[in-house]
Design a protein around this ligand. Structure first.
Ligand SMILES: Nc1ncnc2c1ncn2[C@@H]1O[C@H](COP(=O)(O)OP(=O)(O)OP(=O)(O)O)[C@@H](O)[C@H]1O
Ligand SMILES: [Mg+2]
Length: 224
């Protein structure tokens, strides 16, 4: 049994009486510890795919299991708890809270869960250090560069030790060298923390640097 299994997943949007078929029969296995890149044209459905895998959005049809457990059979509270415990998200925009420091932003998911405060800050500091940002811990997001903000967002996504990290164009707003630095960090945390990761990117050379490569096209997921 694979860590994540998608079977015959369909997802459509309905808008102004029109149906947009985005995912048309996606089946995919992702094994524990894999690092996967996903490319595809703008509008191909990459974000939609991540939202479904991240359980933020239910598919119209199909099944998805995590370690054999069917996620869309859970009730809302179970699903929210499962998502919170299992999945970390990084988006193209960092969505850091502007009035909090980098350290507080990273600790926030643990604080919200009322986990031990001192431990939350220790974990947050260790992750910031891992991202090469120990010297920026007391900066607010407005006092960080784009690449630094994205590294803080990555640290925040990892603070609850998710089994699965989903990143939607985390380097989309960054220059190529800074983007490569983020992808390098993703490869390192994949290896060191054993976190399974799916990374959407428009950058073909960064995509090729990932051990497994997928392409989303015409509603299907292919090996790239
Ligand atoms: N909430 C929504 N309602 C209706 N249509 C939507 C909705 N969200 C996305 N779509 C449509 O679904 C398709 C896939 O969108 P999605 O955001 O998944 O693409 P993407 O591959 O992530 O593109 P990009 O590379 O530009 O981020 C697009 O045609 C988009 O217009
Ligand atoms: Mg997108």
């Amino acid at each position: 049994m694979a860590f994540v299994e998608l079977r015959n997943v369909f997802k459509s949007y309905f808008l102004h009486g029109k149906r947009i078929d985005v995912l048309r029969d996606v089946s995919l296995d992702v094994e524990e510890g894999e690092l996967v890149s996903l490319v595809g044209a703008s509008g191909a459905g990459k974000s939609t795919f991540l939202h479904v895998v991240g359980t933020l959005d239910a598919p119209a049809a199909g099944h998805m299991t995590f370690r054999g457990r069917s996620v869309f059979d859970m009730n809302d509270a179970e699903l929210a708890e499962f998502r919170n415990r299992t999945i970390g998200f990084v988006f193209q925009s960092h969505f850091l809270l502007p009035e909090f420091t980098a350290l507080e932003n990273v600790a926030m998911p643990a604080l919200v869960r009322r986990e031990d405060r001192a431990q939350a800050f220790r974990d947050a500091r260790a992750l910031l250090e891992r991202m090469g940002l120990a010297h920026r811990a007391d900066h607010r997001p407005g006092e960080l560069s784009g690449g630094e903000s994205q590294r803080v967002a990555l640290a925040r996504a990892l603070v609850l030790r998710p089994a699965l990290l989903l990143a939607d164009e985390p380097t989309g707003n960054l220059d190529p060298a800074t983007g490569e630095g983020i992808h390098q960090l993703l490869r390192e945390v994949n290896r060191e923390l054993g976190v399974t990761a799916i990374v959407v990117t428009h950058n073909e050379s960064l995509a090729r640097s990932m051990p497994r490569r997928l392409r989303l096209e015409a509603g299907h997921v292919f090996p790239a």
